[in-house]
Design a protein around this ligand. Sequence first.
Ligand code: NAD
Ligand code: UDX
Length: 449
Amino acid sequence: MVKICCIGAGYVGGPTMAVIALKCPSIEVAVVDISVPRITAWNSDQLPIYEPGLEEVVNQCRGKNLFQHTNVEKHVSEADIIFVSVNTPTKTRGLGAGKAADLTYWESAARMIADVSRSNKIVVEKSTVPRELLFRTFLTLTEFSLEGETPDGQKAVQALKDVYAHWVPEGRIITTNLWSAELSKLAANAFLAQRISSVNAMSALCEATGADVSQVSHAIGKDTRIGPRFLNSSVGFGGSCFQKDILNLVYICECNGLTEVANYWKQVIKVNDYQKNRFVNRVVSSMFNTVSGKKIAVLGFAFKKDTGDTRETPAIDVCKGLLGDKARLSIYDPQVTEDQIQRELSMNKYDWDHPIHLQPMSPATVKQVSVVWDAYEATKDAHGICIVTEWEEFKTLDFQRIFDNMQKPAFVFDGRNVVNVKKLREIGFIVYSIGKPLDPWLKGMPALA
Ligand code: NAD
Ligand code: UDX
């Protein structure tokens, strides 16, 4: 039986291994992690990660050919194929701070593999790691062969293809050299993020001119060269990958003296920050230029629907912006706990992966934030509602009931274009929806500070 061991039971390692176990009953899969609470959760009914369908897959395989352990060394030494999916957050200090990946976790995993391995291993890199370092680390620590370049390397490529061939058609498995693999990964995420920043930039122009960004997206998406997907205007993109991978790309460009190229990609992040600021400014300026002491309901905190993941979620910037203007926030997300929200709001940027720097939330801020388990509770007595995540359930809320229980005038700021603007205006709400023709009430109000 082929044995796979995955180092890192996070958002990537956990679900990837569950799928490999499901699709390859002849392979034994061990997922290992240094975090005891994470492994305990994987072995319980409360998985540490929410994703539709994940629980079913785990339940089907756990104890059969899928196991989660904390004994990292044992399972690494027994494995034929080792996947590395440890975290590689953006560096917060030192050389390349704010751009380059922090490879502390990755290096310690690489060293451990070299230390405990007594037989040939295939190491599959899932973490986003610069190829130079990957190559040099393994070259100095082990008898490493660069994939594809030696007969052993070819065998390794084939063994990995055999795993994926259980469910991915052979023709769709691409092999490239290391630099191409690295840049493909970064470019794919950078291109996707760039699409969102492009449509978000258009959303500002739509508001200024009276166009509707959904109509513009629909029209341009009909051109098959552009295509309809990933053209939803939003309060900004979030998630653990887009910003981090663009920053990585920028760093590689700068290291190669390509300043113009680096600046081009930086602009994608700048527009994303602009979009989040623009949203907060719109909220404050609409509500008579002050939200001080006003209750604002924040619906959604995850960085997108169908996940409990809050890394780099635009909700952090929106909430911090409103708190900066002394608003009182009542936050509701169907999958994010109070503890997680409080932690996100008390951390500096990038600190999630560096818990040592955790700052407690100031007592004043704690007083300003409450987390509730129901959208109706969150919106009760509120002056305004900000929709930050596009959860399906927000589309079917009883907005008449919500309106009746709110302060007047009642504002809705839809950062995800999920509500029916016309219907809400008929109820009596003043509605702002990103990139849509402005509510008559908001016309003439300065949108930006
Ligand atoms: P994560 O933080 O959710 O999980 C990483 C896990 O690795 C943590 O549970 C941590 O405890 C564990 N870990 C750290 N050092 C370890 C060690 N030495 N031994 C054992 N376990 C260790 O991160 P993630 O979102 O799963 O991302 C992992 C990597 O995959 C990152 O490099 C990321 O850039 C890359 N990636 C992420 C995505 C995504 O969608 N999240 C997509 C593609 C690639
Ligand atoms: C991304 C890539 O899609 C995936 O291929 C890669 O492996 C990891 O990074 P993820 O971060 O999980 O995946 O989410 P994704 O669906 O790409 O969304 C990223 C962000 O963009 C979210 O905040 C989402 O709400 C936002 N988004 C997405 C938009 O604002 N508009 C869109 O049209 C699409």
